[in-house]
Design a protein around this ligand. Sequence first.
Ligand SMILES: C[S@@+](CC[C@H](N)C(=O)[O-])C[C@H]1O[C@@H](n2cnc3c(N)ncnc32)[C@H](O)[C@@H]1O
Length: 234
Amino acid sequence: MSQAPSPGRINLALKYSRFAWLALRHDGWVTTIGNLCSELAFDHHYGTRTWLPKDLASLETTGGSRMDGVQYQGTNPRLARKLLRSLPSDARNAWFIDYGCGKGRGLLLGIEAGFTRLIGVEFAPELANQCRANLKIARRLPPISSISVVEGDAALFQPPPGPLIAFLYNPFRGQTLQRVLQRLTAHSQTDGQAVQIVYVNPQEVEQFTRLGWKMKNPIFSRGTLAGGIWALSL
Ligand SMILES: C[S@@+](CC[C@H](N)C(=O)[O-])C[C@H]1O[C@@H](n2cnc3c(N)ncnc32)[C@H](O)[C@@H]1O
């Protein structure tokens, strides 16, 4: 006799159906299906498993605010590639930090874009482990000199000295975002280091503006800001 699906699975199915419906309504069929294909093609190409979203409610976390945190969902490769391509070519010498790296898609896109020194920060150990596994099995990537996945709260992460590219795919909001931005501002102002933030699916743009960050190379999708590169205006 076949078992009835559990309430958890039904809730998940309802949640993702709603999510798919919202994406269809906002982006239309062509873009939504194009995005889905690029996500599936990404894992197929690299032999990785970054596709399935993961709810924070089902995960243990090591400190940090779960209230501020956004669930795992891999970044849209088409959009992230466009933003990374718009960085100046000498940006590739900087550290690439993926704040809230989840299963590692942002880091893989960073490697693909030519970065050779990368760090992922993730507060859910299960996701951090999946990220490490994906980095291990990924094929067809250019060589890199250093990569690590740090388990912990992004708000407490002290970036290494030197120029930085901070990659944020809407990982967290509120005070967590504020504390990360304050650290990046100090890194740039106190240490005189170039910092650029790639903010995909920006939800709290006003926090950037308040601290003196200015956006360049914005990308819009149907009139909504889908991403941009932020730098401190001196
Ligand atoms: C939208 S996903 C981004 C995934 C990844 N950056 C990518 O581009 O594919 C957000 C991620 O941020 C993580 N996260 C949320 N709050 C965090 C925090 N305070 N510290 C570290 N990671 C956090 C979540 O666990 C989740 O994996």
